[in-house]
Design a protein around this ligand. Structure first.
Ligand code: ZN
Length: 130
């Protein structure tokens, strides 16, 4: 359980580290195993709730414990990107930005590695996530 929280924090910090050169602060404020359940019911947590600090705002994303790890990394990167797009600091910015075209990169698995990839397939623009 503590392991899941540790992994969630590590993966999320890896995603945030891959977003270099942002003009505002970005970090993991807290992680918490999602233990919401019916009283008395046997319950396996299915996610870890991660609170991000984006400049002076916060946003919640979830590390999905039910997905294979690589898919979970891409899923989390997607949520981080959405949270940034909806934040005041990241509003209207292309994060992370494709160095070839200027549009936002998309999280994907390429050759067994999680990366930020150009949606048009330009390998030069690719940024590794971890
Ligand atoms: Zn591109």
């Amino acid at each position: 359980m503590i392991n899941d929280e540790h992994t969630a924090r590590q993966v999320c910090e890896g995603i945030l580290d891959s977003l270099v050169g942002l003009p505002f602060g970005l970090g993991v404020a807290s992680v918490r195993l999602d233990t919401d359940s019916e009283p008395g019911l046997a319950f396996e947590p299915t996610s870890v709730e991660i609170t991000l600090a984006i400049d002076r705002e916060s946003a919640v994303v979830r590390w999905n414990l039910a997905l294979p790890q690589l898919d979970a990394v891409v899923d989390l990167a997607n949520q981080v990107q959405d949270a940034l797009a909806e934040s005041r600091a990241g509003w209207g910015a292309q994060i992370p930005r494709c160095s070839v075209h200027g549009h936002p990169l998309e999280p994907r698995v390429v050759d067994g590695v999680a990366v930020w990839a150009c949606p048009l397939g330009y390998a030069d623009a690719m940024i590794p996530i971890r």
